[in-house]
Design a protein around this ligand. Sequence first.
Ligand SMILES: *Cc1c(COP(=O)(O)O)cnc(C)c1O
Length: 354
Amino acid sequence: MRHGIIEQYRQHLPVSDSTPVVTLYEGDTPLIPAPRLAQAVAPGLQIYLKYEGMNPTGSFKDRGMTMAVTKAVEEGARAVMCASTGNTSAAAAAYAARAGLDCVVLLPNTDVALGKLSQALIHGARVVAVEGTFDDALCLVREITARYPLALVNSINPYRIEGQKTGAFEICDALGDAPDFHAIPVGNAGNITAYWKGYKEYHASGKSKKLPKMIGFQAAGAAPLVDGAPVDRPQTIATAIRIGHPASWERAIAARDESCGLIDKVTDDEILEAYQLLTTLEGVFAEPASAAPVAGLRKLHAAGWFRGFEGASVAVTLTGHGLKDPDRVIKTVPHPVVVPATLDTVVRALGLER
Ligand SMILES: *Cc1c(COP(=O)(O)O)cnc(C)c1O
């Protein structure tokens, strides 16, 4: 039974008994063992998929948004605003609707996945597409929310991180301890920050015994943390991580270094291969950005990075649902053949005749 992450983890979150909780019963997402995927990409490791596509709007952003919108309501806000590559706007629009707040969204005018745009629109957000990147949009949102009475709900809002850290709590609760490694895609770097905070807090409160090594993955065309410099024109088919100036840069580096982990990059081809391995080997459909850590595990395993860690557990955050970006499927896999509606032709098309 889902209670929503605020009810479930109240004692770890900045809420009081009088806080007006805004929830769509997010969280409590499945942690799926993935033995066939592990055999294909990193034999010897135990892979667990944290399937965040099962949240109400189809991404982990709901964990952060229930907190951000709850606190906005508590503080008397009438409207919220965000910049988004898509999923933040979907979550903001839904939770704002739930709370009776107005929602304003700035999107880059290219490469927002259709599912995400549809969500922001159908929940009644005011959506403006700017001729620029996500980073340009976030800059504008910072300026506008400083001047006008709109609550900023991007992950630079600390309540977003508070909500998102509950993903780490759920993994520890499911496994009985933290995993040995945690693999995650990195865009604006709020989520790697949140998971590391969650693991550290659970450890400090005695609810887990270990701390995982955090291993983050960026897309090769949008890898500022790996290359060590901001990227002005980020490029990748994994639009959720198409970000060149990550807002949580320092905290992502701290998560990497404090955990003795790593942040690496994977190419779009590697991401698309991993995307299809997830769906065909495990039946789990996640959007391309979510496949980046799977591609990353494969790359690191092939390079011998996991030598000495045979049997280790790896939790992978699958950040968003595959249905968010149906265009990507259509561009990636062969289309159905069209044949006349007769037994003969169908049998022949299926290769069943002998
Ligand atoms: C937001 C998002 C990311 C990136 O998370 P950050 O906190 O920006 O690093 C990755 N995948 C999906 C599906 C997302 O929606």
